[in-house]
Design a protein around this ligand. Structure first.
Ligand SMILES: O=C(O)c1ccccc1NCC(=O)[C@H](O)[C@H](O)COP(=O)(O)O
Length: 267
């Protein structure tokens, strides 16, 4: 069910897309997107056997729930720090209105590091999928809650056809059932309710058992210390999408190392 905040965001996305279409038409974006070959696989980065813990580190200047987190965060500098700390991938919030992000942040982050880069966005149309691929994204976020089944299938198929991965996000048992019955291979389990903003890190631990065989879970939101990672590991979750706590850390590279070390020490 889509409610107040999500309705506002979807309305805003409609306006953003309409404005963008006036600058670059969809056919041109599609052409650029279809020419791209240089994808870095998020799925492979999260499937590697070596690491006990994989961190997708997020570039997040602000959020609807917290306001400004670090408004002057430099995307390229952050991506370099995240890679130095051993992150498996970088997530970039590209929404301007609620998160103070931009597609240019994604371009800057990708040029600055060798990691796969996820476009974290409220994606509701093919236009945004082409836009992501054309800007250099290696993966996109698709949120089950804001998409009809048909639209989810369409956008997922398009994203895979272009060569990107999709992190398909769920938050409820019903959404877990939808995804479990699909061929989606990367599932983000968001601990945050996107309407109330309430965050409970037990959500991922509760829903992970409902995923299908071979689906890789990524616990997202509210991970703030190594102990959160340790708790998730005992439920078989080894992939984490972390924003605020990395951005607020005095030394983001060191903080990522500490989160990853929770995996080494729990073995
Ligand atoms: O972060 C928010 O306040 C938020 C509110 C409504 C919709 C989405 C929101 N965040 C997007 C994200 O998915 C998070 O940035 C991401 O999972 C990292 O979360 P955190 O580690 O808690 O910053």
């Amino acid at each position: 069910m889509v409610t107040d905040f999500l309705n506002r965001i979807i309305e805003q996305k409609g306006q953003d897309i309409a404005r963008a279409r006036k600058v670059v038409v969809e056919a041109r974006l599609e052409e650029v997107a279809r020419q791209r070959k240089d994808f870095r696989s998020l799925y492979e980065a999260l499937s590697r056997k070596g690491a006990a813990v994989n961190i997708i580190a997020e570039i997040k200047r602000a959020s609807p729930s917290k306001g400004d987190i670090r408004a002057d965060l430099d995307a390229a500098g952050a991506a370099r720090q995240y890679e130095k700390g051993g992150a498996a991938a970088v997530s970039v919030l590209t929404d301007a209105t609620f998160f103070k992000g931009h597609l240019d942040d994604l371009r800057a982050a990708r040029s600055a590091c060798g990691l796969p880069v996820l476009r974290k966005e409220f994606i509701i149309s093919r236009y945004q999928v082409y836009e992501a691929a054309a800007a250099g994204a290696d993966a996109i976020l698709l949120i089950v809650r804001i998409l009809s089944r048909e639209k989810l299938d369409q956008l997922y198929a398009l994203c895979r056809e272009l060569g990107m991965d999709a992190l398909v996000e769920i938050h409820t048992p019903e959404e877990a059932r939808i995804v479990a019955a699909s061929d989606v291979r990367l599932v983000g389990i968001n601990n945050r309710n996107l309407n109330s903003f309430e965050t409970d890190i037990a959500v991922a631990m509760e829903l992970v058992s409902q995923l299908g065989p071979g689906q890789l879970p990524v616990a997202a939101s509210g991970i703030s210390e190594p102990d959160d990672v340790r708790r998730n590991l005992s439920f078989g979750i080894r992939n984490f999408l972390v924003g605020e706590s990395i951005v607020r850390a005095e030394d983001s590279a060191r903080f990522i190392e500490e989160l990853k070390a929770a995996g080494t020490h729990s073995n």
